[in-house]
Write a protein that binds this ligand. Structure first.
Ligand code: HEC
Ligand code: HEC
Ligand code: HEC
Ligand code: HEC
Ligand code: HEC
Length: 452
């Protein structure tokens, strides 16, 4: 009997331990879930009130350390097969104190120098790198050897505060004032590269567009599809905003008139040939080509325009989905503020939607890009032939009317191949559209050569 009691008590003793261990475990688990729920609920919780004009990302970082930490990582430089950038050491000088720059695209491809002869781009043009460098790279580029307007700053600094202050509380007035200033004057009004305040409303962290150039440009574009009085900050969906905050800067642009107003040429549409047609209507030129005397246009980073023509845009996939994908820390979901090439982050950038291996995805991208480069080379080489043909014709005293016609073809062919070259995804954002634009360029070059 005694034995049985001992047996039972030891049995209950162990059972008791097991039960208490289990319930303790469940309790801890419940606690953990509650904590995580709270964390998730408070992931947008502003710990310290952020002022309406707070452009220092460090202050925002006190409430949002994870986003701030990732934002700081945009200093990283890593090369992918066709993107990213390489960190090259540089001897600092008085005029250019940078100790590290990215590779020169002009040295990599001399045809670009020929394409832009007579323009500042033929002096210095580098691979783009992370957001952390945008202000210093603009201040110290060799292209500053030509006097530049304050307009340049729209996409290279945190300008929201500067504009509101310059415009006495009126963003638009400040935009106009900043554009008109000479660059070296304008730059005194800014302190940081693109910052939290440029994409977020400090009251509730919602996304917002702060650039008048985009607010006006997208309203012009909307007219072409029958929507009038479009107000992006009131009418865009959240998913659209996840693209529009990037499209404030990653777009083709020009400086309009004496006031150097930043203008996005979308009055006839977003496609390369629609933009070209707008420039023809307003008779705009960026410079005169040194060899051929043609009135030239320079295209710049039309990522938004090219993306708009691709499969992903049709499927509603935003810039943010691939370039700032969600990451998980504990139960919290963050948008990765380390904006960079998705090829460095395929797992989170692509595999959330594509159920194939990383290698397979990498291979698909590189295949598109390699084919793209082959086509681009054909278009660029034919452009080089046209420039040479006009040069020879000028030296041989060919009639002016004939030369002018060839120069018209030169202007068009150059803008279209440049549009594709300047787009930074090497064809990925819209492969077929890029091919179509290259074909048009090649066709203009061929017609130009024939016209002589
Ligand atoms: C479906 C995914 C996807 C979407 C959506 C997307 N991109 Fe990309 N983007 C890529 C890939 C892939 C590359 C090529 C990167 C490489 O070659 O390393 C790229 C390249 C770039 C680059 C050059 C990066 C580098 O490191 O060289 C920029 C800038 C860029 N995209 C901006 C944008 C903008 C702005 C949008 C929205 C208008 C956008 N992207 C939409 C996938 C995407
Ligand atoms: C509409 C926005 C916008 C404006 C205005 C703008 N940039 Fe940029 N800039 C960008 C973007 C986006 C990139 C990164 C993509 C690229 O390099 O193609 C960039 C890259 C650069 C770079 C680094 C790569 C290179 O080209 O060597 C320099 C330097 C630069 N810009 C200088 C200027 C100057 C000078 C002006 C004024 C004449 C200017 N930017 C006006 C958006 C803009
Ligand atoms: C205020 C203008 C501005 C905004 C807004 C902006 N960018 Fe950029 N972006 C730039 C400039 C300028 C550079 C090039 C900086 C340099 O080379 O010094 C750049 C570089 C990049 C790069 C190249 C990074 C690398 O490491 O090679 C990517 C990718 C990119 N931007 C994507 C985006 C995406 C996605 C968004 C929206 C979430 C966005 N950008 C919003 C101006 C902007
Ligand atoms: C170039 C634009 C851009 C800049 C600059 C930027 N963000 Fe964001 N941020 C985004 C986008 C896009 C999202 C996703 C929002 C959505 O899906 O509604 C986001 C989301 C967030 C969120 C919501 C939670 C999350 O991670 O999805 C917080 C908080 C946040 N950002 C904080 C910051 C802070 C702090 C800074 C400055 C250090 C900053 N952001 C700079 C574009 C930006
Ligand atoms: C949010 C979801 C989503 C993300 C993120 C995404 N994709 Fe896609 N992708 C799609 C959809 C949807 C399609 C179109 C499929 C269809 O219509 O058949 C597509 C199509 C494609 C195609 C075929 C392209 C074409 O022009 O037809 C390729 C290649 C591709 N994706 C690669 C990538 C890569 C690489 C990444 C990461 C950089 C990526 N995708 C990120 C949803 C996504």
């Amino acid at each position: 009997m005694k034995k049985i009691i001992v047996f039972l008590s030891t049995k209950y003793f162990f059972l008791g331990i097991i039960v208490s261990l289990l319930s303790g475990g469940i309790f801890l688990l419940a606690l953990n879930i509650m904590e995580k729920k709270n964390e998730a609920k408070h992931s947008n919780f502003i710990i310290k009130e952020i002022g309406d004009l707070e452009d220092d990302p460090k202050v925002w970082g006190e409430s949002f350390p994870q986003q701030y930490e990732d934002y700081l990582k945009t200093v990283d430089q890593v090369r992918t097969k066709h993107g990213g950038s390489e960190a090259l050491p540089q001897m600092p000088t008085k005029n250019d104190p940078r100790v590290q720059v990215s590779q020169s695209k002009l040295e990599e491809d001399h045809r670009l120098v020929t394409m832009w002869l007579g323009y500042a781009f033929s002096k210095d043009f580098r691979e783009e790198r992370g957001h952390a460098y945008m202000l210093e790279d603009q201040i110290y580029t060799g292209r500053q050897s030509v006097p530049q307007p304050g307009t340049c700053l729209n996409c290279h600094a945190s300008t929201y505060k500067a504009m509101v202050v310059l415009g006495d509380g009126n963003l638009n007035k400040g935009f106009e004032a900043l554009n008109k200033l000479p660059y070296h004057e304008a730059v005194k009004n800014v302190k940081h590269p693109v910052s939290c305040i440029d994409c977020h409303n400090p009251k509730d962290m919602s996304l917002r567009v702060t650039r008048p150039g985009f607010i006006e440009g997208i309203a012009e574009y909307k007219k072409t599809v029958g929507v009038h009085n479009y107000d992006v900050n009131k009418m865009a969906t959240r998913q659209e905003m996840r693209t529009f905050v990037c499209a404030q800067c990653h777009v083709e642009y020009y400086f309009k008139g004496e006031d150097k107003r930043l203008t996005f040429p979308w009055h006839k549409g977003l496609k390369a040939d629609e933009i070209l047609s707008y420039y023809e209507d307003v008779k705009f030129k960026d410079w005169v080509h040194k060899t051929t005397g043609a009135n030239m246009l320079k295209a710049q980073h039309p990522e938004f325009e090219m993306w708009s023509q691709g499969t992903h845009a049709k499927a509603g996939v935003s810039c943010t989905d691939c370039h700032m994908p969600y990451k998980r820390v504990g139960a919290k979901k963050y948008s990765d503020h380390h904006v960079r090439s998705p090829m460095l982050n395929i797992n989170r950038a692509c595999q959330t939607c594509h159920n194939v291996s990383e290698n397979e995805l990498m291979d698909r991208v590189v295949t598109i890009q390699d084919r793209h480069i082959q086509m681009r080379d054909m278009a660029l080489n034919t452009l080089m032939e046209l420039i040479k043909a006009i040069d020879v014709a000028q030296k041989n005293g060919v009639a002016k009317e004939k030369l002018d016609k060839a120069r018209e073809f030169h202007r068009k062919a150059s803008f279209l191949v440049d549009f594709v070259e300047a787009e930074n995804s090497t064809g990925f954002h819209a492969p077929q559209e890029a091919a179509r634009v290259l074909m048009m360029s090649l066709d203009y070059s061929r017609k130009g050569i024939e016209s002589l």
